[in-house]
Write a protein of this length. Sequence first.
Length: 119
Amino acid sequence: MEFTLREISKLRIALLIWVTLSVVAAVAGPFGTLEAMGLGGRLVYWSGVVGVSIGLNTGANGLAEGRSLIVRAGIGVGFVLLLSTGFHVLNSLLFDIWDGFADWAYLTAIVGLVTAAVH
């Protein structure tokens, strides 16, 4: 499979964003990860979170391309619900204090706000 220069450029930008956000989050340790994990664990955790987020966002954007506003909005809501639910399950498995509807709602609000800000 051959890539065009534009596709290579997009891949490089996505990779740069992934690495930068992963390192910043691993060092900062937001949402209780600073207290719950060492730097190596945070780097693995946040690399996965950021990588999955970028991948799902890329897929959602591709799916939404050329669609009506209402369909794009529905895809956006689906993206937020899928991402927040997936990470809620992961966090419930990793962190003893993470559980229940309130934590899921909190995470969904954060994911929704960040998604809205980025788009």
